[in-house]
Structures are given as C-alpha cells and as structure tokens.
Design a protein around this ligand. Structure first.
Ligand code: SF4
Length: 282
C-alpha cells in the first residue's frame, strides 16, 4: 500500500542508465531529507542503476545509485541525487528481483553489487536490506560512501558489506568544509572504526586543481590512511567536468566552471605522495 500522499508505485521499474544520466522531479511528493523517515526500508528512492561497471569495486558490477545526500561537494557529478524528489520511489522487492536476474552473470564475472549515490547511508534500512539480499545471492557487495553518516552503518549492516569505498575529500578541516559544506570528523571516525573492524576499504581522493591538490592536505590523508592494514587501495580520481551540465540544468551555481581537469603530472605527484607514505595507490 502506498504511503499517505504518495502514488502507488508498486509497478514502478527503476530505469537502467548511467551515472551521467540526468534525472529530476521524478517523485515531486518526496519529503525533504530533514523530514524523511524511511521506516523499515521496504521502499526507497533511487536515481538509476548501471550495468557493466568496472569502476566501483572488483570485477564487473552493477552499481545502484540511491537518492539523497547531505554533502554539497563543489565537484559533485550527480547533484541530481541530492534530493529524494529527483529519484524514483521504488519498492525493495523490485530492486531485489532485478538484482536476481543479474546475479548468475555477476558471480561468474567475479563482480557484485555496489550501492552508491548520492549517499546510501541516507537510506540505511533500504540499502541494508538490498545488501542482505545480495549476500543471500552469493554476491560481493560494496558500499560507496562519504562517511558523514558512518554511524548509521551498524555492525549488523556492515556484516553484509564486503568492501567500503570511502571518499576522504580532504584532510584539512577548512578545505573539507569548503569542498563539501560539512565536517570531516565523522568520516575520519568512520575510517578508524572500519580499521578496527578490519573491514576492507578502498579510499578515494578526488583531485581538483586548486582545491584538493595542496601537498600538505594530500600528505595528511596519506599519513592517516597508511597505517590502516584494512585499506587495500587509495584511488586518486582526477576531477573532470562531465557533471557540470547537471548543475546548470538544476539552476545551481557551479563554482568549478573554470577549473581544468586534473593534469597527468599532478595525478602522478599525488600518487607519489600516497606511495611514499606507504599506501597502495593507483
Ligand atoms: S558525497 Fe557524492 S553525491 Fe554527495 S555531494 Fe559529494 S560527490 Fe555528490
């Protein structure tokens, strides 16, 4: 039965697509995040899913992009995932049924399911139930998160997560706030908790010329992460402009309009900093 004020969407299918698709106003009745109560996670809001991804964990994967995010990263490629109203409201069972169709192929390609966003931990009950279903199908699972809501990932939740892709967007708290409009501390505490649990992590660092390329800032992340034996990789992701059209389409002010893509020499310098600190970096 549909929640009060929401259309019955029990026949809704989540559109297959890509992280570069623009979606907006698909659920105009959706609540703002501060009023959102997902209940038991039998329904959720999602942007799209992508098949054949090689970017979001080992093997060939399905990446599911959920709606909702509390950060406001200046370089966000997917501002159309920030608000629930831009996503599709969809029953859990539809996602699980669709995942089941792909499960044999994903297992044979040594891939699995990655849940990304937006921020999957805005919907911990929904994403947690999808992970549980994926594990019951014998799939490898990965959570792609910025860590701000790491406290919402209970130990039970993390039992169904094989790998965490953890974005650490800056070491310097002022730069972190400038980049994301949020505090870095919850992300660092989440990283420490994952290290204490021995949960496999790939740290991701988005490299933006003039914003996150300060050597001292990179070194701070590198020295923080290097002693963590659970961190298998640090991935340096060079900034690009592929998401800029979404900012314009949503009427948002895009601060990085004139920022160039991260050049190869800069990427090599930053990779060198992580490797010099003792990290596996790529
Ligand atoms: S955490 Fe991800 S989805 Fe959220 S604003 Fe930052 S880049 Fe965008």
């Amino acid at each position: 039965m549909a929640a009060p004020g929401l259309a019955d969407a029990s026949n809704t299918e989540l559109p297959e697509g890509s992280r570069h698709d623009f979606r907006h106003d698909l659920s105009p009745d959706a609540p703002e995040l501060e009023n959102f109560n997902e209940g038991d996670g039998a329904w959720g809001y999602a942007h799209s899913y992508e098949t054949g991804s090689r970017l979001d964990g080992p093997g060939i994967r399905i990446t599911l992009f959920l709606s909702g995010c509390l950060l406001r990263c200046q370089y966000c490629h997917n501002p159309d995932t920030w608000k629930l109203k831009h996503g599709t409201r969809i029953p859990l069972e539809r996602i699980v049924t669709r995942l089941g169709h792909f499960a044999p192929a994903l297992r044979s390609m040594k891939g699995g399911l990655t849940i990304s966003g937006g921020e999957p931990l805005v919907q911990p009950a929904f994403s947690g139930r999808i992970f549980a279903a994926a594990k019951s199908m014998g799939l490898h699972t990965a959570l792609d998160t910025a860590g701000l809501l790491g406290a919402s990932a209970t130990d039970d939740y993390l039992k169904n997560v094989d790998l965490v892709l953890l974005d650490i967007k800056s070491w310097d708290p002022e730069t972190y706030r400038r980049v994301t409009k949020q505090d870095v501390a919850p992300t660092l505490r989440f990283a420490e908790r994952l290290a204490a649990m021995g949960k496999p992590v790939w740290v991701r660092y988005v490299l933006v010329p003039g914003l996150t390329d300060e050597p001292a800032n990179v070194e701070g992340v590198a020295k923080f992460v290097a002693p963590m034996k659970n961190v298998e990789w640090v991935e340096v992701l060079p900034f690009h402009q592929l998401g800029s059209f979404k900012w314009k389409a949503l009427g948002l002010k895009y601060e990085l309009e004139d920022t160039p893509a991260a050049p190869a020499e800069l990427v090599q310098r930053v990779l060198g900093q992580f490797r010099d600190a003792g990290c596996n970096a790529r």
